[in-house]
Design a protein around this ligand. Structure first.
Ligand SMILES: Cc1cc2nc3c(=O)[nH]c(=O)nc-3n(C[C@H](O)[C@H](O)[C@H](O)COP(=O)(O)OP(=O)(O)OC[C@H]3O[C@@H](n4cnc5c(N)ncnc54)[C@H](O)[C@@H]3O)c2cc1C
Length: 813
């Protein structure tokens, strides 16, 4: 390839010709983008794609990611006919086995989830599963799930078909061209430098598989992934293996299977995975494999032989040991990088890149062209990562853990263990000594609950009532009846300042921020479709100065949203001040008495009303105090410089003791907010849902004539019947709701729960989900139905509600 064969400019440059880059190219072509150049350093498919096993499963724990994988299946159905390129695609269905009662619960819940998401997953007995897969022994099988629409493909052929389709649609593909540099100007990509010349571009899409971290680095973009060795064997022909044999996943034996030319492919996820190569990864790794590592594979082989005894009798034709990129949470990485404008990433496919390739390429192509994905893709959004992901060693240890858990039980509320503790509040040691059991978010250690009276300070996971249930009840009651102290230092905090700060915020906040100085404004920020991109608290210090507080996990996302909403030339600056202040939160009917005993400032209701912020001196600490609540009680959020945190904590503990103050953690916050009906972004609300369908219309300034982003979409939505409405459901106290349970109204499926839990004041299971109907939904429709929830295949009665279950009557005036 010479420089003359490379265009000097292209509107969009894609780096990487595996299945993902090819799919992005195909879909860009499909939406009429032809000024597109795909460059591949070696040959198309020569990275991870050519040696994939080719299983295509669809079910994920998010409805929208499942929808993406379903899109892949629909695309693969037609791709061969469309392009004339064989794809090896067949819809032979997928089986998943359960070999103990807890796994069976998990599989039954997955089947419910699948049905919620519109997939017909059937539950089978061991015998019925064996009828579909006669070679396996099923003595240890409790049951199985079967998804008839799953399938398998020939990975290179699918990718080749996508590349062929892309070329036909006018996309230029060049092999033998490597990206070696990226020019970024004024925070946006301007050109790529390749091994044979410079190409000016408006947008760059990084689909370089496990090399994406290195390519991202050229532009200052962090792509947190690790390359891990993954192995499978291919056997000689096996008697009884037919071409219609479904794929098989046997998670309790850590293995998967599929048919291949009359033989079997069998691979697995070792509990002790091995990373591949240190930085940098070799660049000339083209159609290559790693040395088979039989010792490492032996335990997997043993487990597999127990399932398919015939494996003893057949020869192994080949052992594939291939490197593939994995991520710290097992989900792939999609979207626009927060570090630079117009640089997009599609990488880190965790050994399901063939299954995801079609859908991920479609979504990323739309994201690149329109600046937004077709629907909410938060679970895979690159902005879910944070500062803890900058260290490749931290990423590697967490990713190895995620890999090792690929087939282990996915327990409710399960936490990772690796790379901890990393980010600690100044109160960490004190909380730890008080019995805190920590969880982790974006590297932050956060107390989930506190063990007392000889309780073991550890999570014991189960699908039944967990061991922390009683402790959380205790903390919950303290918040409702006396007072509870939470350490919420990990909150993401931003400062927006400058003469245009109010104007900028006014344009992106759905609520009115032109209030008096000292006001707290709870607001959403909307996309053009009226969907909720951020849900946060704004403190107005002055017209030119605001503090923004949002959830720990949304630090990168929300910062990016606000910052990219500041037009060039406007005088407003955004700073991340998360690490400046610790946040101590006192909630409960006695909160005021406790706080008043520590300050000379008057904090009576008249002097310090709800939804206001004040600078107070509390026990020697200068605090920005917010009178606000996420649990439905009288309470205060105290933001203090980190060096004051420990002293303030000690003072609050001492002053609180006679008032029944108790330490409380994040799991108590969850049960409290479920009762109170406060929405959580990423659960009940997100980019697919407007404030109107989420029951948050009262926080939107539609009554004013102020313009704001998303306003037109909300006005249009308001003029028509709502397509869905967020509804609360209450079920008997022994029902365990976790989210994703199907909602039936008068016997008809109308949605699924976005979240689920338990309310310790109302003593009921609580869940929230959207009730959907094409003809429209209103409060009367919601409240007039008879409801059941499908929980692990069983129907349980449920009561709908639209007003908070817990009214917070104890809120002191
Ligand atoms: C053993 C094994 C079994 C698997 N089984 C399955 C399965 O059953 N089902 C499934 O869905 N998935 C499976 N996978 C995963 C699947 O193979 C990957 O997720 C998928 O191929 C990733 O595609 P990609 O396009 O992201 O990366 P790749 O195919 O690796 O493509 C990236 C491309 O970028 C190019 N590149 C890198 N750096 C540069 C540069 N600087 N300039 C230009 N080009 C560059 C590389 O040469 C490469 O061709 C398996 C993977 C392995 C290893």
């Amino acid at each position: 390839m010479s420089a003359s064969e490379l265009p000097s400019s292209a509107k969009i440059v894609i780096v990487g010709g595996g299945i993902v880059g090819s799919s992005v190219a195909y879909h860009l072509g499909a939406i009429g983008q032809t000024d597109v150049l795909l460059i591949e350093r070696n040959k198309l498919t020569s990275g991870s794609t050519w040696h994939a096993a080719g299983l295509v499963g669809q079910l994920r724990s998010s409805a929208n990611i499942t929808q993406l994988l379903g899109y892949s299946v629909a695309l693969y159905d037609r791709l061969e006919a469309e392009t004339g390129q064989a794809t090896g695609w067949k819809r032979n269905g997928g089986l998943r086995l359960a070999c103990n009662s807890e796994r069976w619960t998990e599989v039954k819940r997955q089947a419910t989830t699948a049905r919620s998401f519109g997939l017909d997953m059937q539950l089978l007995s061991a015998k019925e599963a064996q009828d579909l897969w006669p070679l396996m022994q099923v003595d240890d099988v409790v049951g199985a799930a079967f998804l008839p629409t799953d399938g398998q493909a020939s990975p290179s052929d699918i990718a080749a078909a996508l590349a062929k389709g892309a070329r036909r649609k006018g996309v230029t593909i060049r092999e033998g061209v490597a990206i070696v540099g990226v020019e970024v100007e004024n925070g946006a990509v301007r050109a790529v430098v390749t091994s044979v010349g410079r190409v000016a571009c408006e947008k760059l899409v990084i689909c370089a598989g496990q090399w994406s971290r290195a390519v991202g680095k050229l532009a200052g973009v962090d792509v947190p992934l690790t390359s891990i060795r993954h192995q499978y064997i291919v056997t000689e022909a096996v008697a009884g293996v037919t071409s219609g044999l479904p794929t098989l996943r046997d998670p309790d034996r850590l293995t998967y299977w599929k048919e291949e030319v009359g033989g079997l492919v069998m691979g697995g996820y070792e509990p002790n995975p091995k990373p591949w190569a240190a930085d940098p990864l070799p660049e000339d790794f083209e159609f290559q494999l790693l040395q088979p590592d039989w010792d490492h594979f032996e335990p997997i082989m043993e487990l597999a032989l127990g399932r398919v005894p015939a494996l003893r009798e057949v020869g192994v034709r080949q052992m594939i040991n291939g490197p593939e990129s994995f991520t710290p949470d097992g989900n792939f990485i999609l979207g626009e990088a927060s570090e630079a404008r117009n640089i997009f990433v599609g990488a880190g496919f965790n050994a399901f890149g063939i299954a995801s390739g079609g859908g991920a390429g479609m979504a990323l192509a739309e994201w690149v062209v329109k600046g937004a994905p077709p629907f909410d893709l938060w679970p895979v959004d690159i902005r879910r990562f944070g500062r803890n992901h900058l260290d490749p060693d931290w990423v590697r240890s967490r990713t190895l853990e995620a890999y090792s858990k690929h087939y282990t039980m996915a327990w409710p509320a399960e936490e990772y263990r690796s790379g901890r503790p990393l980010r600690r509040s100044p109160l960490y040691d004190r909380l730890s000594a008080a019995g805190a059991v920590f969880g982790e978010k974006l590297g932050w250690e956060r107390a989930n609950w506190f063990a007392e009276n000889g309780e073991a300070a550890e999570d014991r996971y189960t699908y039944e009532r967990p061991n922390w249930f009683g402790a959380v009840a205790r903390e919950h009651r303290a918040a409702r009846q006396t007072a509870a102290l939470f350490d919420q230092t990990s909150f993401a905090k931003f400062r927006l300042s400058g003469p245009d700060a109010e104007a900028v915020l006014s344009q992106i906040a759905a609520n009115d921020v032109r209030k008096f100085d000292g006001a707290i404004i709870y607001t959403q920020m909307l996309n053009d479709g009226g969907g909720i991109e951020a849900d946060l608290t704004v403190v107005r210090h002055a017209k030119d100065s605001f503090t923004i507080v949002t959830g720990t996990g949304f630090a990168t996302h929300d910062y990016h949203w606000v910052r990219s909403s500041i037009p060039r030339g406007v005088h407003a600056s955004l700073f991340d001040v998360t690490s400046q202040n610790a946040v101590l939160v006192i909630m409960g009917p006695n909160a005021r008495d406790i706080l008043q005993s520590l300050t000379r400032d008057d904090i009576s209701n008249a002097a310090f009303p709800f939804a206001t912020a004040r600078d107070l001196i509390i026990a020697g600490a200068p605090a920005l105090a917010l009178r606000i609540t996420y649990v439905g009680e009288l309470g205060y959020e105290l933001h203090v410089p980190v060096e004051f945190a420990a002293s303030l904590y000690d003072a609050i503990q001492a002053a609180g003791a006679p008032h029944g103050l108790r330490l409380a953690g994040y799991r108590a916050i969850e049960t409290l907010r479920l009762e109170k009906g406060y929405r959580a972004w990423g659960a009940e609300i997100g980019p697919d849902h407007s404030p109107l369908v989420a029951g948050l219309g009262r926080f939107v300034k539609l009554k004013t004539d102020l313009p704001f982003r998303g306003r037109a979409a909300l006005e249009a939505q308001r003029a028509a019947p709502l397509p869905r409405l967020l509804t609360g459901f209450m079920a008997a106290s022994d029902v365990i709701l976790l989210g994703r349970e199907t909602i039936f109204r008068n016997g008809e499926r109308v949605g699924w729960l976005a979240s689920g839990g338990y309310g310790h004041t109302v003593c009921k299971a609580i869940g929230y989900g959207y009730v959907r109907r094409a003809a429209g939904v209103d409060a009367e429709f919601v409240m007039s139905g008879d409801y059941t929830l499908e929980v692990a295949g069983e129907h349980v009665p449920a009561e709908p509600f639209l007003k908070p279950l817990y009214a917070g009557l104890r809120l002191k005036a």
